[in-house]
Design a binder for this molecule. Structure first.
Ligand code: ATP
Ligand code: MG
Length: 429
């Protein structure tokens, strides 16, 4: 005999005990995005592999070794999306959303990367991302950053810090890259294996190394901020003024780079030290070149993505969230009671749409049904046995107080529940 089938490494189940926290997180993020006038876009989970090769960049970790790439049955190469920006740009171009228009968009959903699973790092993980198109100035960088700050604040997360950097123009970055290669080549012996590999293809990524042994060397590297072109410097200075004026605190981190190729100018991350090495909960920046790179007209763009697993982990430390308990549990003892109770439950739901009503299933004695009722957290038990079924009544018992139980006519039950539970529905609505 073979055992039960297990899940795939790095693909986690989110169990009912934790979904309330996820729902709270998602609701707060959604409400905040609504408040800033951002529109939701829903995107497919798979795209043509070419889309990611062309956008994220051939020599990035993601494209080199983290993508879930398959041939479908017709032999086409498709990839489970490792991030949301490329697909979002693809959809905008395909549907003409950027024609002479600004767009403020957001998306949510699972992303897939073949990484080594560990705390805060999974192979399927979830992001909510924001992308803004058609605005070149630092004012929109500031808006996006302030939006991210508000989301984290509304979530009650105080232990996160904003880090800010500018990658400059593509030309400035190319020149800087040369300085960096020269520096690291002079210290080749001190480089770890990953960094040696990155030295040729993507030397900026060395700055993002999480290896503690590399930190001293990285500290000594030339700083991108000292090599900015004038326009990028002005852009960055103005962004800082706007954030200062809004009273938002940040640290300048001249080593901050992003793992994807398409960023230019502003980059930022919100970081916590409560999650070990996986401390970035939200990351983003400006990517003015990407739309054109994917075949559209040159369009400035800025965005970010937040990692929901990491945010949930932070929220979990603070206070557990629990699902809302039912208002009432219907106890049905005997066949006639079930025949009366199920249609009555439906009538109650018709009359009281916000009522949370759990109906006993699978029979059972009074005792066992009351035990379930109690465990459900319901405040009231609505009890029907043979006598009540015959009389057209229901016994209403408060499970959380010593109040006397009362028999109520079935027809009067909606009004009585509305009163007892302070449901504010309008009768008959
Ligand atoms: P990291 O440096 O942690 O690998 P990244 O630079 O690859 O992150 P992005 O592509 O910018 O991450 O994704 C934005 C956010 O998504 C990250 O800041 C993080 O919160 C989350 N994230 C990225 N990869 C994973 C993963 N494998 N598991 C869980 N969350 C992740
Ligand atoms: Mg990564």
């Amino acid at each position: 005999m073979s055992g039960s089938v297990q899940s795939i490494r790095g693909f986690a189940d989110i169990l009912p005990s934790r979904t309330p926290l996820w729902r709270r997180l998602e609701r707060i993020v959604r409400e905040t995005l609504d408040g800033y006038g951002y529109d939701e876009i829903r995107l497919p989970v798979v795209e043509r592999t070419e889309l990611f090769r062309r956008s994220i960049g051939e020599v990035t970790d993601i494209v080199e070794k983290e993508m879930y790439t398959f041939e479908d049955r017709s032999g086409e190469s498709i990839t489970l999306r490792p991030e949301g920006t490329a697909g979002c740009v693809r959809a905008c171009l395909e549907h003409g959303l950027l024609h002479n228009a600004q767009a403020r968009l957001w998306y949510a959903g699972p992303m897939f990367r073949y990484e080594r699973p560990q705390k805060g790092r999974f192979r399927q993980f979830h992001q909510i991302g924001v992308e803004v198109f058609g605005m070149a100035g630092p004012d929109i960088d500031a808006e996006v950053i302030l939006l991210s700050a508000r989301i984290l604040r509304r979530l009650g997360l105080e232990d996160v810090r904003l880090q800010l950097n500018s990658l400059g123009s593509n030309a400035a970055r190319a020149a800087y890259r040369q300085h960096l290669v020269t520096y690291f080549q002079a210290h080749f012996d001190a480089l770890d294996e990953d960094s040696r590999r990155r030295l040729q293809g993507n030397p900026l990524r060395i700055l993002d190394s999480k290896n503690p042994d590399m930190q001293a060397l990285i500290e000594g590297a030339p700083r991108l901020l000292d090599h900015l072109d004038e326009e990028s410097r002005d852009h960055f200075d103005e962004l800082r003024r706007l954030l200062d004026a809004a009273g938002l605190d940040y640290d300048i981190n001249p080593r901050l780079v992003r793992g994807l190729d398409y960023y230019s100018r502003t980059v930022f991350e919100w970081i916590t030290d409560r999650l070990g090495a996986q401390g970035t909960v939200l990351a983003g920046g400006r990517y003015d070149g990407l739309v054109e790179q994917l075949g559209g007209r040159a369009t400035p763009a800025v965005g970010f993505a937040m990692g929901l697993e990491r945010l949930v982990a932070l929220l979990e430390e603070r206070e557990p969230a629990v699902a809302a308990a039912p208002h009432a549990y219907m106890v049905l003892v005997g066949g006639p009671a079930i025949a009366v109770g199920l249609p009555l439950a439906e009538r109650l739901r018709d009359a009281l749409p916000s009522l949370r009503l759990l109906v006993n299933g699978g029979g059972g004695s009074f005792k066992s049904q009351f035990k379930r009722a109690d465990r459900s957290g319901a405040r009231l038990a609505l009890v029907i046995a043979e006598d009540e079924a015959a009389a057209g009544t229901v016994v209403v018992k408060d499970l959380r107080s010593d109040a006397e139980q009362v028999a109520v006519a079935q027809a009067d039950l909606p009004a009585r529940l509305r009163e007892l539970l302070a449901l504010n529905e309008i009768p008959g609505e």
